[in-house]
Design a protein around this ligand. Sequence first.
Ligand SMILES: [Zn+2]
Ligand SMILES: [Zn+2]
Length: 408
Amino acid sequence: MIQSLTGMQDIVGDEAKKYNYVVNSAKEVLENYDFDFLKMPMLEKTELFIRSVGGSSDIVNKEMYRFIDKGENDVCLRPEGTAGVARYFVQNKLDRQPQKFKFYYHGSMFRYERPQKGRYREFNQFGCESFGEESVYEDYAIIEMASAILDKLDISYKLELNSLGCKECRPKYIESLKEFLRDKKDKLCEDCNRRLEQNPLRVLDCKVQSCQAEYEDAPKITDNLCESCDTDFRKLKELLDNNSINYEVNKKLVRGLDYYNKTIFEFISDKIGAQGTVIGGGRYDGLISYLDGKETPAVGFGMGVERAMLLTSLPSTQNCGYHLGAMDEEALSSIISLTKSVRVSHKATLEYKPKKLKALLKGADKANAKYCVVIGENELKEGKVWLKDLVTKDESTPTIDEFLNSIK
Ligand SMILES: [Zn+2]
Ligand SMILES: [Zn+2]
């Protein structure tokens, strides 16, 4: 017997319904904000992720499904979605056009990690990216959309917010952070010592308690912002306040990816343990130029679909659709034709064998149908159907035409 790979899952039954519910709810929100769907390849050149996500990141170093294909290309299964959208954007020279572009995407991502609750090696992400808009109103709109998705799914959250500064103010801040860290080297964990040189901002979200204790007094980026970053961060907080979106500024919040600047945010739930981030995102004005494009403002977010699935419940299902059956062999072909017509606009289930009325009603119950439609000997003679509304218990015997007209 062949089993699925570790960390790979089949999604079926109510879980599959929940998957559709999460993705469709998010789609509805994004369509209302005028974002276009972008379906991207799952396989990309490895170089794309080295240049965007960063060669020093765990994702690129340890977690990619990477191989050489038969054409001797170094390729990998996408570990995240933003890089692909950015690649599409640059490849099609959209960075040379004056208008703004907004895309959403969803689908499988792949990372070879230790599987945990709500975390798989093949997982699904729903994300969006807005290109060309530098106004902080767009940062706000992106956060508003993310909160609208979670509200729609009835998921409660805590929104954490920070600013990472820009290329004016961040390098100065990083220098003062490095200086602060230099004296503490031997008190910090191995990972922090490595990050200290390669990516010092990342030390701030180290999971090791003793490291965190050392960082209590570390200089904070939000106290070192340049005027433009500071003004934008204030404006963003004001917009959130005015629109009743609750948030907390977390001065230690940094994102795991190298290309962020200014606004970053995470929607966190305490109901899924340590892996609490359901939606994370921010601004990454530097990414397009990393990929040889013209520098372009960009802001977006990604949602972990499996995590959202853990936190939401399916809306209660009501009886819906039709269950059809015949009471004798002669009526079968009529009921098959009738079902074809019903299925043009409604969900319908069909019994392939003639059955007694009681058995047909039982089948309708099992299918959670709202109506049971039966053709027996009499109905067949008179060109009628026997119809029962299983919720109101009303029964009637309309002609086939009357019935079909009534359900249009
Ligand atoms: Zn700045
Ligand atoms: Zn550490």
